[in-house]
Write a protein that binds this ligand. Structure first.
Ligand code: KG4
Ligand code: ZN
Length: 334
């Protein structure tokens, strides 16, 4: 059984093929990052237009020597995301599914992130806890079973990736800032500035990032000569504050709901410092922490094809639009 995955929810045009015997047998991704960088964030209209321009070539590249006729079903991201961008992927998926007369499966983008490490680590079994941290989302999810997802904690304001991007901007670093903060932080001392860890002691699993970002802003405004060393110290101290907050909330979640496996997914899961801080929890709590392969931390179509392969649609539905800008995980039906 072969599932073609299509992802266009934001600024990546991606196509992948998941084979139920051989795993991912083809994948291709075109990132629009450079195009949006000059605006300091994703421009939705430009994103849609670029998906239109690139999607056919990305499909051809993903297929390689595989014939499109070997595809059994098509899975595509139908939300959450930028509506205009999602519609390009959906229209393309519908066209292919009509032409090939094969089923079409709308997939929740967040579910793709949740499941992404399972492509590599077959030993992961549900239930598990997932910390999903990206540019648009920061949540702790109790993954009870396929389709049964309980959001047990989330950011009350900025997403973690968003906080990285905003702090990067304050330090004059390019967009998206997460990788640049991580790199700069390797030259800094994480204990040089005592930034707040908002809601770290709250009696729930929610968190807040905007106060931390504002605290970095005030600090940056007060520093007269913001040289490279001071920037590195700010980056390291900020990253440590974020990491402490996430580690504290996952520790609390593990103790409260007693899960043995923890998955960290989404763009921020690529951060090596955060990974190393979570590694320490394994012995401390007797858990195993999993991450997607680095290339699957950010948006990709392989995770969408993989989730689609678990759904195994029986017949082709109608070509009505399923696109949703908002699609909370706990609204997914089994
Ligand atoms: O999952 P993703 O590619 O896109 C969505 O938001 O869905 O995540 C992108 C976010 C950006 O905010 C980016 O700055 C952040 O993930 N990010 C990182 C790192 N790599 C990407 N944040 C911290 N450290 C990183 N190494
Ligand atoms: Zn994403």
């Amino acid at each position: 059984m072969r599932t073609l995955g299509i992802e266009t929810s934001c600024d990546e045009t991606a196509v992948a093929i998941y084979d139920s015997d051989d795993g991912i047998i083809g994948e291709s991704i075109h990132s629009q990052m450079i195009m949006h960088a000059e605006y300091g964030g994703v421009v939705p209209e430009l994103a849609s237009r670029d998906h239109c321009l690139k999607i056919v070539d990305v499909l051809k590249d993903a297929l390689g020597n595989h014939s499109i006729n070997t595809i059994d079903q098509i899975a595509y991201t139908s939300g959450p995301g930028l509506v205009g961008a999602l519609l390009i992927g959906e229209g393309f998926a519908q066209g292919l599914s009509t032409a090939l007369n094969i089923p079409l499966i709308p997939v929740n983008h967040l579910e793709g992130h949740l499941m992404s490490p399972m492509m590599e680590f077959q030993e992961i079994k549900m239930p598990f806890i997932c910390l999903l941290v990206s540019g648009g989302h920061s949540m702790i999810v109790d993954v009870v079973e396929k389709g049964d997802y309980k959001i047990i904690g989330q950011s009350q304001d900025d997403a973690v990736g968003e906080a990285f991007d905003k702090v990067a901007k304050l330090l004059g670093l390019p967009y998206p800032g997460g990788p640049y903060i991580e790199k700069l932080a390797t030259e800094g001392d994480p204990n040089s500035y005592d930034f707040p860890r908002p809601m770290i002691h709250s009696d729930n699993l929610d968190m807040s990032l905007s106060g931390l970002k504002t605290s970095v802003l005030y600090k940056v405004q007060k520093i007269i000569n913001l040289d490279h060393n001071k920037k590195a110290n700010i980056a390291a101290s900020f990253q440590k504050a974020v990491s402490d907050l996430l580690v504290a909330k996952i520790t609390k979640a593990v103790k409260e709901i007693n899960r043995k496996d923890v998955i960290i997914a989404g763009g921020v899961a690529a951060n090596k410092f955060i990974r190393s801080e979570f590694k320490k929890l394994e012995d401390l709590l007797g858990i195993k922490v999993y991450y997607p392969d680095l290339k699957y931390c950010g948006d990709n179509a392989s995770m969408i094809a993989f989730v689609g392969s678990m759904m195994n649609a029986k017949k082709r539905g109608k070509n009505t639009s399923q696109v949703r800008a908002r699609w909370p995980l706990d609204e997914l039906k089994k």
